[in-house]
Design a protein. Structure first.
Length: 77
């Protein structure tokens, strides 16, 4: 027999939404880090770097976290 502990104030839907937001923030942070490193090595302008970061953010929002490659926060394939 398995013992189950129930938490009366636990909202599973809110927890799941919080996890999605956390993964989205983590993916964005990894994308920013990767993009900035790559651009610093190339010696690009700040305007070009900002444009690339906006594109990364749009990609994360468009495809969703689970569909991103695992190296930038998506599900492992």
């Amino acid at each position: 027999m398995t013992n189950i502990i129930k938490f009366p104030h636990f909202d599973a839907a809110a927890f799941e939404e919080s996890e999605k937001r956390h993964k989205r923030r983590e993916a964005a942070a990894l994308a920013i880090n990767r993009t900035v490193r790559r651009h610093v090595l190339k010696g690009v302008t700040l305007a070009e770097m900002v444009a690339e970061l906006r594109l990364e953010a749009e990609t994360i929002e468009a495809v969703g976290i689970a569909d991103l490659p695992s190296d930038i926060g998506g599900a492992a394939v």
